[in-house]
Design a protein around this ligand. Sequence first.
Ligand code: HAM
Length: 413
Amino acid sequence: MSEHITAIKGFADLFSPESDTFTHMENVARDIFFRYGFTELRTPLLERTELFSRGIGTETDVVQKEMYTFPDRKGRSLTLRPEATAGVMRAYIESGRSGDAVTKLFTTGPMFRYERPQKGRMRQFHQINCECLGPAEPYADAEMITMAMRFLEALGIGNLTLQINSLGCPSCRPAYRDTLRRWLSTLDESALCEDCRRRMVTNPLRVLDCKVPSCKEHTADAPRILEHNCPDCAAHFDTVRRLLDAEKVPYVINHRLVRGLDYYTRTTFEIVSDAIGAQGTVAGGGRYDGLVAELGGGNVPGFGFACGMERLALLLPEREPVRPEFYVVVLTEAARETAYALTQTLRDAGFRGEMSFTPRSIKSAMRQAGRSRARFCLLIGEDELAAQSVMVKDMDSGEQTPVPLSEVAGRLN
Ligand code: HAM
């Protein structure tokens, strides 16, 4: 016997009922997002590597360590998308859409990051991702954050913490970056991990995002970016807060929330659960006013977020499979074709059910019908065939009634 081939580490197969949970999340997302004016976009899983290095930032962990990058047969460097935003921006720019109109796009599907797999962290994972392009106003920030919270509420997920911060803009962030760099350089050499000692020079904000406990501890009193926002950024953030307050969307300010991707400006946010362990961030996003221009498009501001479906699934109860209406049991070879035709007729009439293809003894047939959880078992044996009827057994009450073949559909209602 040849050895069986297994799935790749960090890549999962989703059978029912897990796959039902994913479908349910997508359905709820569509219902909510359509109310806010979104339409669906499906982008390719593969893009040119440059899209991500330029879009996400060369100093990020995603670009430095986590991308699935390989040359195609002509030697061009391609990458499996580690996130959706860069691809959505590319599609937006390529489609010739203009920033004069508001464009709201959502996308769902698999993303790929070479991370260490653990609970809530996969190498292939799924996101529900939303991008709103055009408006620079804080109303868009508040609307998007509120929509994300409404979506999670509609799924029935509670006990979540919304964390927000503002990363400033190109006119105030460089000065903050210098302040932070100067502050970091006063720390003892051994206080920061090797990555952070490098980040301190190349992109000091990344140090605030480091998960290494000693880095977190030694930077607890680092200068706060909100206190270095310029007046425009501060006014923008105040309005976002006021709009969230008005809609009764509770939040906390997290001064260390810089996010793992480099394209953010001004408002950033994450939604965190403490019920699923270390990987508790179920959604994250923010404003990215320079990204479209960075990727060769116009000067179009944007705001977006993504939810991690695997993490949301951990917070949702298992879905009950839908109960089939019928299960057809053939007791004799001669009845098989009649049973087959009846099964098709019932499905064409909108009912859900199956038939056992192999004629069986009543006992084993009833066991099968029981396993199918169907509401009605439809038995066809010699007598039924002769009478052109079916024995309809109500699986809840146990009651049995002979019903003419032509009237079975009416009986199932
Ligand atoms: P992100 O924070 O990198 O943002 O990912 C968003 C969410 O995807 C995370 O909060 C988490 O729930 C989920 N996620 C990320 N990595 C994994 C993984 N390895 N396994 C399971 N779930 C994971 C973005 O991707 C941005 N593109 C969001 C955005 C959209 N910003 C603006 N627009």
